[in-house]
Design a protein around this ligand. Structure first.
Ligand code: PEP
Ligand code: MG
Length: 577
């Protein structure tokens, strides 16, 4: 009897979200849909074929809408409602049928012709709403075409068995739509630890290995995959022995988590009695469960851009107000730092229809975009100001490069505050106003900024990429993502010292804040607040409880004088022994 030989493969990548999972592979890839132009003789049959594809598409979109709304809430399902409207639009459908009946085109070509015509017509209009409709038509047409061609477009929201997703890349909104019940983890060809899909995986507690370069080439649908988000390994079709070994590792990790969980109500105090604040980074109000379950002492970064994603139009002032109010109330007076919209880079908003840029991370993003698209920005500022009376709100501007940018943003905030007050609305008397320090120019000028702001939060994800000139999404230069480099430590020190000289506080909300090699150094540099993925908080607390701030101060002073990252890593290892 012939037995099929199954090849075991070991793949290495970047450990992006902790945990170990074993499940079947589910490749998430968009197949190429090639349209040929043919002449048909039996037009009635061709129209029927088109109608059948249309019906199948409607059924599919209904199902996706239902799943999305059940698993991720109604807001996320809104986009599919718009798709159903397109599928039922007689204007579009009849023109396609006419092309088949009158011009004898095959259904695929007729669909492509009509859709291209509608899309270019809508896109040419100077009207946001019509541009969004163009995007909907394009999406829907792809689905109809896949049914006509008999090709399946995989949809993660329809997965109904335990899988590990294999993909070239996942966008933040793809990640937001993953169903945690069935998606046990994901691994991608590209991406780094600080790409936003990796950050989201951590807050959703989905293990992930990114930047592997080869998972798409090496893994087929249905292969058994071990995903080790602790070490960054992906093992395909493991032997029984390896599976056993990983089941044991998984169990050991669970035991470790149970130990950490005992610290949930503890204060974060060093061995020599110094308190630091351990806060969490969140993307959505629902992430608060994770913050509370992991003993977060506050929210150090609420990335509000996720409110703007997975939908077809900007969120209203009321929608934003409701989200901010929920977060502030649920945190019951604990500090909540809400960052104004930081769109751009790897976080796109298709409905804004911004032109593609050569260097999106260096381009029109965050505060740069908000200062230009002022209506959108003012709406968010009003929502924040109105929510301020429901808790301990601190507002933070992202990507500040110059004091002028800070002053302009602050002036808009002040204007909206005065308007609200004159409308008789309530606004908290004092709201701390801070900035992200994530651009080297701002770190270098921190002494001047410290006179103007109430606090700093160091965004190392960007600060490291800009200091090293190494794109945070590009795994080929990921060796330059060096949080422990003496150059980065010196910048961090400048920011913390500048804040303290003016009696202000300095936090960090970049991923470095939750990194076990960085924590001793940051403690020694005097960081006041560490904000990280909620799932890292208890581990960080258990580490800090064992450290002495005085000793870490000496360690940091030595590290600042070192030449290389490796020297720093060795020094930390030595002290953590
Ligand atoms: C950062 O840059 O460190 C940061 C926290 O912001 P984001 O990751 O959203 O760019
Ligand atoms: Mg940033």
């Amino acid at each position: 009897m012939m037995t099929e030989v199954v090849l075991t493969k070991d793949i290495s990548g970047i450990a992006a979200s902790s945990g170990i999972e074993i499940a079947k592979a589910f490749r998430l890839e968009n197949p190429e849909l090639i349209v040929e132009k043919n002449t048909v003789t039996n037009v009635d049959l061709e129209v029927k074929r088109f109608e059948q594809a249309l019906e199948s598409t409607k059924g599919e979109v209904e199902k996706i809408k239902e799943h999305t709304s059940q698993n991720l809430g109604g807001d996320n399902a809104e986009i599919f409602e718009a798709h159903l409207l397109v599928l039922n639009d007689p204007e579009l459908i009849n023109q396609i049928k006419d092309k088949i009946q009158i011009e004898h085109f095959n259904a695929e070509f007729a669909l492509q012709e009509v859709v291209n015509m509608f899309v270019s017509m809508f896109e040419a209009l100077d009207n946001e709403y019509m541009k969004e409709r163009a995007a909907d038509i394009r999406d829907v047409a792809k689905r109809i075409l896949s049914h006509l061609l008999g090709v399946t477009i995989p949809n993660p929201s329809l997965i109904s068995e335990e899988v590990i997703i294999i993909a070239e890349d996942l966008s933040p909104s793809d990640t937001a739509q993953l169903n945690r019940q069935f998606v046990k983890g994901f691994t991608t060809n590209i991406g780094g630890r600080t790409s936003h899909s990796a950050i989201m995986a951590r807050s959703m507690e989905i293990p992930a290995v990114v930047g592997t370069k080869t998972v798409m080439a090496d893994i087929e649908n249905g292969d058994v995959v071990i995903l080790d988000g602790l070490s960054g390994k992906v093992i395909v079709n493991p032997t029984e022995e390896v599976t056993k070994e990983y089941n044991m590792k998984k169990a050991a990790y669970e035991v470790q988590k149970t130990e950490w969980a005992k610290l949930i109500n503890e204060q974060t105090v060093t061995k020599d009695g110094e308190h630091v604040e351990l806060a969490a980074n969140i993307g959505k109000p629902e992430d608060l469960n994770g913050v509370l379950e992991n003993g977060g002492e506050g929210v150090g970064l609420y990335r509000t851009e996720f409110l703007y994603m997975g939908r077809t139009q900007l969120p209203t002032e009321e929608e934003q107000f409701a989200a901010f109010k929920t977060v502030l109330e649920d945190m019951e007076g604990k500090p909540v730092v809400i960052r104004t919209l930081d769109i751009g880079g790897d976080k796109e908003l298709p409905y804004l229809e911004l032109p593609k840029e050569m260097n999106p991370f260096l381009g029109f993003r965050a505060i740069r975009l908000c200062l230009e698209m002022q209506d959108m920005f003012r709406t968010q500022l009003r929502a924040l100001l109105r929510a301020s009376v429901y808790g301990n709100l601190k507002i933070m501007f992202p990507m500040i490069a110059t004091l002028d940018e800070f002053w302009s943003a602050k002036a808009l905030l002040e204007e909206e505050k005065q308007k609200l007050l004159s409308e008789g609305k309530q606004v908290a008397e004092k709201i701390e106003l801070g900035i992200m320090v994530e651009i080297p120019s701002t770190a270098i000028l921190a002494d001047q900024f410290a006179k103007e702001v109430d606090f700093f939060s160091i965004g190392t994800n960007d600060l490291i990429q800009y200091t090293m000139a190494a794109d945070r999404m590009n795994q080929r230069v990921s060796y330059l993502y060096q949080p422990y480099s003496p150059s980065i430590l010196r910048l961090v020190k400048m920011v913390i010292d500048a804040a303290h000289a003016e009696g202000k506080w300095a936090g960090m909300c970049g991923e470095m804040a939750g990194d076990e090699t960085a924590i001793p150094l940051l403690l020694g540099l005097g960081l006041d607040e560490f904000s990280m993925s909620a799932t890292s908080i208890l581990k960080a607390r258990s580490q800090i409880l064992r450290l002495s701030k005085k000793e870490m101060k000496n360690l940091a002073e030595e590290a600042l004088q070192m030449k290389t990252t490796n020297e720093v890593i060795e020094a930390v290892k030595e002290i953590m022994k």
